[in-house]
Design a protein around this ligand. Sequence first.
Ligand code: J2J
Length: 554
Amino acid sequence: VKHSSEGTVPWPAEDAERYRAEGYWEDRPLGAWVHEAAQRFPDRTAVVDGADGTRMSYAELVDRADAAAERLLGLGLRRDDRVLVVLPNGWQFVVLTLACFRAGIIPVMALPAHRRYELRFLGNLAEARAIVAADEIKGFDYQELADELRPEVPTLEWTLVSGVPREGNVGLEELLRPGEDPAGARARLDAAAPAGTDPALFLLSGGTTGLPKLITRTHNDYAYNIRACSAVAGLTEDSVYLVSMPVSHNFPLACPGVLGALFLGARVVTLPSPNPARAFPVIAQEAVTITAVVPAVAQKWIEHQEEHRTDQLGTLQVLQVGGSRMPDELARRVRPVLGCTLQQVFGMAEGLINMTRLDDPEEVVCTTQGRPVSPADEIRIVDALLEDLPDGTPGAILTRGPYTPRGYYAAPEANAKSFEEGGWYASGDIVERRPDGNLIVQGRDKDMINRGGEKVSAEEIESLVYQIPGLSIVAAVSMPDPVLGEKVCLYAQMAGEDPLTLEQVQEHLKKAGVAAYKIPEKVVVVDEIPTTKVGKIDKKALRADIAQRMSLQA
Ligand code: J2J
């Protein structure tokens, strides 16, 4: 495999120079930051796996990561090769990711929820040479999935498996074992370390167009993302960070997340799910000080605590909440019920992260989504003609800065849509900026459904549903949900007499290998899908229609 370097859009030279001169970019690979922490605190606990009880010191973490980096290279992987990562939360994810950073191998951060459809696409787009997955999760066999993918993703040569590998697959725990010569491995990897401007990882975009997109994050920009978020989240070497949301998401990975903790010599605790009955005792046992969740989980935690009045949250200082809009009323219950400081986070895998500050007045914390974490983040709020709007007037947000890349990976069409002249990224969010600089997310003008923080592209679902015969027009829209905020609803206009059923749609998408969170949970067949004056599907009318139908039902 020879990778095309034109896939990644670099920052213009003059911006790069400024980011260096002003100290945002340090030209130091991600692995070096963790090694530095390990040098300062070799005996401190770096990682605790709350599921299998594994505990790992910093010395052991970097030893395992370096040994694994050399073993990955020994297999035949090379620097700049891409590896499709489909691992659940656990120590293996942490060590493997660090090993990739050390070797200059690029992890593609997929989700365990992804299935054949997503992984085939991502594997081919990234030209992945290996896939790393668990043997099975809740009865789902990932080795079988990998076997199905191998012929569909011709670049794939290795399947790495956590748990019990089948014949021909590589055992991940074996690969991640400590090495014989940590100092030697370290020196060899340091000597061949990736440059700051090299790609470090691929994140998945929330998706507004029909196809998923990859976001190249470089060592320089991601290291700064991590450090800026750590500072604003008050992370120190004494912090204990719990990750219970899928760790391959940017938020729990790097805002400040697992990597923020590992940069500082703090402790990471992993759990495969945020279920409060499981997470709360772990928070107490491990003295967790900070964690990140989506609003739907924050709500579950608040309800659990109100019901059980546990004494398990005594050490928790900061609850970061982001990924979808947190209702103000929910935000107001965090401190009284959970006894910790709420930090709202409005972020995106494409870069820009906004946070409320830990010492902000309660009014700011509960009614805004905060402000940029970096003084170098540039923001504009604009109208449809890209004219700047005054504070207090909602408009489309545009942004650029030292950790917001200037384009998607190998996606010129998506780039033309999402990046404006001058390199501004248009996230598709409708935002109001208050005079104090804090942002309020008022809505969005992108065709995406935000299901409890998991993003679903309407266009992607529609194009898959069109494969079902008998359809004239389909439209995927969000429907309100009291817990998740939004769920996927499908409107259909039939060509003939036969109606479309929910079961039919669900079965079709499941067979197509689509992740469960994207599958519509309601189907509404109508005589005629409404259109706007210019002849586009009127999704606003459909969203209003489903909201009304549901309120009538309730
Ligand atoms: C409303 N919408 C929000 C919020 C994200 C930190 C936090 C979140 C993400 C993330 C992330 C929102 N209120 N507080 O990467 O590092 C919606 C917006 C945004 C999109 C990005 C991080 N926080 N959103 O959610 O790449 O629509 O990143 O453009 O998955 O989520 O989605 P994603």
